[in-house]
Design a protein around this ligand. Structure first.
Ligand code: AMP
Length: 419
């Protein structure tokens, strides 16, 4: 039987990879410009990092983690997100001892055992950016500005920035209690999952997509009516800084984040061009995460962009596939030798050149050049070669010219690069 990839795990094929490289390159350029540095973290971590960091009563930890026991008897988990690992690395390497402020970004695959559907996979990619060590609302706004700038630079349109505050350790418990009381009154309307959430994590009910739960949510108390003066002040300042930068946003009091560690500012960017899974990115402040995993009191804020969703929104007009800059077609023994020599020299100069390995007819070689969408074709015919000449054909406008074989690499390089 043919072996296929696991459900929810995707191949990213060469004809799509141009988009990925473009997105990753743009993220690097923009984030580095905002003072962020890349960090690469392992894909596998101790399960504890996520159960303590993300929180036991979250969907991720309860039912979505790829957890297994290794040969040494350790419980390990394929990372479902990157923030906890980045925070662990900051603590483990005492990055704070050099400078308490760390601006970090990372990109790579995450793993969650969710029901695969369009825009939702079991291995998916995220681009993460985090700032550790600053509690000031200036940074909340700065991170959001960087995110929106990035999404704009990759060309996304029809986006909406939604923000909310989730309160802090002081004020959230009171809100939780209030929510619990409210939903207990509506428990007949809640789905099985939300019945459970009602006791473990009532805020999660806001994320439920079941119709009756969505109705129950309508008149639920709003977190903004319960936050303490400090959280209120923080939120007002974030809004002021965003307004100062001219960023439009929508206040969404129903916006909660799925992970326990979030405090205060929460945000999401949704796209009206996506279907049900319309969140391109989500993030927020998490001032309790570090205490959960390492005992230090370090504030943090960041976001994770879902790369598959972002890529599905890229302009259809923009060309991302790389075609050969030159196809070298040859005839006869001498022609093939010369083609091989020229192509190798071009490769060393970084020119994407392709040739025929099968000794096909000239017609079939040119057909392949067309199919590969080569910009130019170089034709090494026996007769021309005897005269020390080759033919260069512009595949787009079909014009062609005879050029001397002597010094051909330099001529081609100049022509192709200047094109
Ligand atoms: P989260 O870490 O859940 O806040 O997710 C951040 C972003 O990652 C979301 O806005 C999505 O764009 C993306 N994302 C989360 N889960 C998945 C998934 N299972 N498949 C594809 N993208 C996802």
């Amino acid at each position: 039987m043919e072996i296929k990839a696991i459900r929810g795990f995707n191949d990213i094929l060469p004809d799509e990879i141009g988009k990925w490289q473009f997105v990753e390159k743009t993220a690097r350029e923009i984030f580095e410009g905002f003072g962020f540095s890349e960090i690469r973290i392992p894909i596998l971590e101790r399960t504890e990092l996520f159960s303590r960091g993300i929180g036991e009563a979250t969907d991720i930890v309860e039912k979505e983690m790829y957890t297994f026991t290794d040969r040494g008897g350790n419980s390990l988990t394929l990372r479902p997100e990157a923030t906890a690992s980045m925070a662990r690395a900051y603590l483990e390497h005492q990055m704070y001892s050099f400078d308490p402020v760390a601006k970090l970004y990372s990109m790579g695959p995450m793993f969650r055992y969710e029901r695969p559907q369009k825009g939702r996979y079991r291995q998916f990619y995220q681009i993460d950016a985090e700032v550790f060590g600053v509690g000031n609302p200036m940074v909340d706004a700065e991170v959001i500005i960087m995110l929106i700038h990035f999404l704009g630079r990759v060309g996304l349109e029809n986006l909406e920035l939604q923000i909310n505050t989730l309160g802090c350790r002081e004020c959230r418990p009171r809100y939780r209690e209030e929510l619990k009381r409210f939903f207990e009154g509506k428990s007949g309307q809640l789905c099985e999952d939300c019945q459970r959430r009602l006791h473990s994590n009532p805020l999660r009910i806001f994320d439920c997509k079941v119709e009756t739960c969505k109705e129950a949510i309508q008149d639920a108390p709003r977190v903004t009516d319960f936050i303490c003066p400090d959280c209120q002040k923080h939120f007002d300042q974030v809004k002021d800084y965003l307004a100062m930068s001219g960023l439009a946003y929508i206040l969404n009091p129903r916006l909660v984040r799925g992970l326990d560690y979030y405090t205060r500012t929460a945000f999401e960017v949704v796209s009206y061009s996506l279907g049900a899974q319309n969140a391109v990115t989500g993030g927020g402040r998490y001032d309790n995460l570090f205490q959960e995993i390492g005992g230090l009191d370090v504030p943090g804020i960041g976001f994770a962009v879902g790369v598959e969703r972002l890529i599905s929104l890229l302009s259809k007009e923009k060309e991302f596939v790389q075609h050969p800059q030159l196809f070298v077609a040859a005839l006869g023994e001498e022609g093939y030798k010369e083609a091989y020599r020229v192509v190798n020299l071009l490769h060393l100069q970084g020119i994407r050149a392709e040739l025929d390995y099968e000794r096909k007819s000239l017609k079939s070689q040119m057909r392949r050049a067309d199919k590969l969408k080569a910009h130019y074709a170089l034709i090494l015919g026996e007769e021309e070669l005897k005269k020390g000449k080759v033919v260069l054909r512009n595949m787009e406008n079909k014009s062609q010219e005879e050029i001397p074989i002597d010094g051909i690499v330099n001529v081609l390089k100049e022509k192709i690069v200047s094109d």
